[in-house]
Design a protein around this ligand. Structure first.
Ligand code: BEZ
Length: 234
């Protein structure tokens, strides 16, 4: 039977709902995660090297994500027993880059039917018709998809960037600001663009002195790392 390939959900959409069997029992997604941020991610296959390096990294960073009120949920189109066997192998046998005895305690969805993978556009037939690509959905506490990143089979994810995205989304929400290229906590943030000629003039005259304006439409202000960190996880 040919796989059905759906359009992928987009930024601003409600995360499509599903019930699934996982290595931590059945989950109802996203209802079970109301009030939390979620990183829902797919990987191509169990017992493969890039995926193994990624799972060990996700598991090693799980507490850092939890400190950001963020839960991890993984998926591949393999079956439950394959998932269990792979996670046991990771814990018992694999030592990689200083990580060893790594226990994956976040849920890993079995998706043999490819139901969830199709629903989330994780199957991209130009790359593979049998394996999900490395999709990452960032879902907010109201179940809205706020960002998504796709990687191909051969390239492992950048975990520093995954964490930066969560921190950036929470910062943009908490402080009603936008964040410039390569922003990190402690860097200047972008204030909403002037909405009237008067405000544009005021900003260029720099009446308040709190803003740095590169032009009337591009003004930044300071936001300390401490202030950012005091709101993270909210
Ligand atoms: C990997 O995780 O190593 C992998 C999975 C599927 C295709 C290529 C690499």
């Amino acid at each position: 039977m040919e796989n059905q390939v759906n359009a992928m959900p987009r930024i601003g959409d409600l995360a499509p709902a599903f019930q699934a069997v996982t290595t931590q029992g059945t989950i109802n997604f996203p209802a079970d995660y109301k009030g939390k941020w979620v990183i829902l991610f797919s990987h191509p296959a169990d017992f493969t090297p890039v995926c193994t390096s990624e799972f060990m990294t996700f598991a090693s960073m799980q507490k850092e994500f939890e400190a950001l009120n963020t839960q991890l949920v993984g998926l591949s189109v393999d079956g439950l027993y394959s998932h269990i066997a792979w996670l046991r192998t990771i814990k018992e046998k694999i030592e990689y880059k200083g990580m060893k005895n790594v226990e994956v305690t976040f849920p890993l969805i079995e998706d043999i039917t490819m139901n969830v993978a199709n629903m989330y556009g994780m199957l991209q037939p130009g790359e593979s018709s049998t394996k999900a690509v490395r999709a990452v959905f960032f879902i907010d506490p109201k179940g809205v998809i706020r960002a998504l990143i796709y990687y191909p089979l051969a390239l492992g994810r950048n975990f520093d960037e995954l964490k930066r995205v969560i921190i950036g989304l929470q910062t943009a929400d908490n402080f009603s600001v936008a964040l410039p290229a390569d922003w990190r906590p402690g860097d200047d943030v972008i204030v909403p663009t002037a909405g009237s000629c008067g405000v544009a003039k005021e900003r260029m005259d720099n009446a308040s002195g709190e803003l740095t304006c590169y032009d009337w439409f591009f003004c930044t202000k300071k936001l300390s790392k401490d202030d950012v960190e005091s709101k993270l996880g909210k």
